[in-house]
Every structure is written in C-alpha cells, then in structure tokens.
Write a protein that binds this ligand. Sequence first.
Ligand SMILES: [Zn+2]
Length: 216
Amino acid sequence: MDRTLVEQIVRQVAVEYLGRNGKGPAPTLTVMASARHMHVCREDMDVLFGPGTELTVYKDLYQAGNFAANEKVTIIGPRSRLISNLRILGPMRKQSQIELAFTDAIMLGFDDLPVRLSGNLAGTPGAIIMGPKGTIQLKEGIIRAAIHVHMNPAEAAFFGVKQGDKMKLRVGGPAGVTFNQIHVRIDPASRLNVHMDTDEANACGLHLTKDIELIK
Ligand SMILES: [Zn+2]
C-alpha cells in the first residue's frame, strides 16, 4: 500500500469518527469570509508591477499553497468610482479575476455583477486596474464569487456529495440564515472549508456564532 493511500484512509477514518460522535457535520468545519481581492496572471503582473516581478507572501491562507500577497491594486469601475488597496491573492493564475462583495460592486457601479464560480469568467464585465508600475484594461473577470465549500474526497464521501452538487449551510444566531446554494468543490489537496464573501458573512453574523451546520 503506498503512502498516499494510507493517508487517505487515515483521514477518512478520522472524519467518520468525528461524525459518529458529534451531531451533524464533522466539527472540523470552518467557514471563512473572503474580503474583495484579485487573482492575477503573469502577463498582467508584468504590466502592473513590472516585468518578471513575483508576488510576495503577506499571510498564508487556510488552503495549502494559497496566500494573501503584499501587492495591492486599484480598481476603477464604470462610474469612475474606485476601490484602492485591493489585495492580490497568490499564487498567480492563468487568467486575472477580481472577486467583489455585492456592496463593493454596487458602489463601483456594477449593478448586476454575475455570481460565478472562480475561473468561470466568460461574459463577465471588466474594469481598469492600476498598479504601481502600470495600468491594464481587464476585458472580463469581475465577479461576485459563488458561495462554495472546499473538501477532499474523504470529506465528500462523509457528506455523500460529489463535485458540482449543492449543499445548505445553516447559520444560527439572531438572524438565523440558511444559504441554499453552497457549491461543492472537491480536491485531494483541500480541507473542509466554506468560503463566503463579506456581505454574506455580515448578513448571517458569521463572526458572532459557532452554531453552523453543513447539510446535504
Ligand atoms: Zn474558495
């Protein structure tokens, strides 16, 4: 038996054990709010920060290999309003993308910004992006990120879900909000983790509650 397989089995047992002894989902569920941010491609990085420049790590994120970078840009929306200090998340990607909360979008003049899964950018609006060394006109890539849950195959088996399924996230507290469209994204490198934006987090009082349940 190779080592990867052993590790997968260990992980699966651990999740099942937690599930049998607790109520509902595994207690290791974490829910995080992503503040507005940009993902940048090599080509745009060259223009915004200078040829050959690299992103530098400000803070590692929960999912292995992902980080908040020190580098920031300014986005100029359709009504010439702008948001500065928009942080870039690394590593670099194939295509640049900017994820905004609904409030950010409306403030900038995007009244009907599409809700998309990361990377699904066809037909989305663009914007002017200013960096310290140059400016680009993004043709597309401005989105509201669809609320989603990252998990590995063992965690998916625990919940009985597959790639592309939708789950519910119930958040207790005074508002008592349940999100009904949590997109399931399965990757062997992932840890169980729901990503929502700051508007969604504020609507459900995420930082005030521990009463959270992921439901198939
Ligand atoms: Zn995510």
